[in-house]
Design a protein around this ligand. Structure first.
Ligand code: NAP
Ligand code: GDD
Length: 332
């Protein structure tokens, strides 16, 4: 696997939203891209199906140390992007132990694999604004104290600090990107933005009438996933490893998102959205707003897609997908 001179990148979580955009970007830059996949009874490569012939898949699971060491030893990547996680916040209350195993300890397994195989491999850790939780200051920066509000948030805090610790203990080039919410047409259907845009498409095309949501007051700093994977790569190209907040610098409520998404197709959200307590969380993160001044100054990074454009491109993509299913006689 080490025959070519191209730079090699390994992505855990390549089947997820970010993994798919990052893989596309790295291929465009001339990297050889290795994607870590775990064994499942049905294929999960839908998001990278269009580039699968240009990728090399290696099997490993973040809960299995030996498999992670073997994968890194086999590939000998220059860069590892650790995007794998149990990433859905509500599931972290239902499966807190699994969430801790994958999202927290999984990070140590990747760092340990790098430490024993080759400490010069650079590593990106997917940290999260969910770590700020019940925020103690606004906007949130790299210096803002953490106050997680979910087992997922707690697990991400562990992943964040163990990355900093391996950097400081072993001199490894390991960095954390503290990314605020980022979305796209490839976002999982259970996350609120995609749930809304999918709902809008179905309602507009007449296959659904109501959309059941939880807390409409929650505010998030939403950006476009494609912009955010660019920041991940930039973080691994610097002279010195460091941690960065990546955000849009704007915050909007779930209600605002509904208004924009329904409004884009000429519908009144209030006629269709039903508040349903089933989607309320045991503890909520009420407000996230990130300050990406450090990333702008040191990485030259800026988001390119605005909130309005993000909402519109997601609604348009779902309209097209639902329409295509209907054209093929499948009720979407
Ligand atoms: P996602 O779509 O949920 O993808 C998660 C990925 O992790 C999938 O490829 C999944 O593989 C993989 N995975 C889960 N458990 C695994 C295990 N035990 N071993 C190996 N792989 C495993 O997440 P995303 O939105 O792309 O986010 C990428 C990363 O950024 C995650 O770590 C997330 O927590 C973090 N993050 C996301 C955001 C955001 O707004 N999107 C913000 C901050 C941080 P399967 O396909 O096999 O399930
Ligand atoms: N999922 C969901 N479904 N959320 C809802 C709903 C609903 O029906 N109704 C309201 N919400 C609210 C949630 O209570 C939350 O306050 C907000 O919408 C956003 O929820 P999600 O889209 O599920 O994302 P998240 O903010 O909890 O977590 C995402 O962003 C984190 C970064 O801050 C995930 O991608 C995490 O993996 C990521 O780390």
């Amino acid at each position: 696997m080490k025959a070519t001179t191209a730079k090699r990148a390994m992505i855990t979580g390549i089947t997820g939203q970010d993994g798919s955009y990052l893989a596309e970007m790295l291929l465009d830059k001339g990297y050889e891209v290795f994607g870590v996949v775990r064994r499942t009874s049905t294929e999960t490569i839908e998001r990278v199906n269009h580039i699968k012939d240009r990728l090399i898949f290696v099997q490993a699971d973040l809960t299995d140390q030996t498999s992670v060491i073997s994968a890194i030893d086999e590939v000998r990547p220059h860069e590892v992007y650790n995007l794998a996680a149990q990433s859905f916040v509500p599931t972290s209350w239902k499966q807190p132990i699994l969430t801790g195993d994958v999202t927290a300890l999984g990070v140590t397994r990747v760092l340990e694999a790098i430490r024993v195989v080759d400490k010069s491999i650079r590593m990106y850790q997917a940290s999260s604004s969910e770590m700020f939780g019940k925020v103690v200051e606004t906007p949130q920066t790299e210096q803002t104290p953490l106050y997680p509000r979910s087992p997922y948030g707690v697990a991400k805090c562990y992943g964040h600090y163990i990355t900093v610790n391996y950097r400081e203990s072993y001199g490894m080039y390991a960095v954390s990107g503290i990314l605020f919410n980022h979305e796209s047409p490839r976002r999982g259907l259970e996350f609120v933005t995609r749930k809304i845009t999918d709902g809008v498409a179905r309602i507009k095309l007449g296959t659904q009438d109501k959309l059941h949501l939880g807390n409409l007051d929650a505010k998030r700093d939403w950006g476009f996933a494609k912009d955010y994977v660019r920041a991940m790569w930039l973080m691994l190209q610097q002279d010195e490893p460091d941690d960065y907040v990546i955000s849009s610098g704007q915050t909007h409520s779930v209600r605002d998102f509904c208004e924009a998404a329904f409004g884009h197709v000429g519908l009144d959200w209030q006629q269709h959205v039903v508040v349903d307590p089933r989607f309320h969380r045991p503890a909520e993160v009420s407000l996230l707003l990130g300050d990406h001044a450090k990333a702008r100054a040191k990485l030259g990074w800026e988001p390119e897609v605005s909130f309005q454009s993000l909402v519109q491109l997601m609604v348009d993509a779902d309209l097209e997908r639902v329409q295509q299913s209907l054209d093929h006689g499948v009720r979407a």
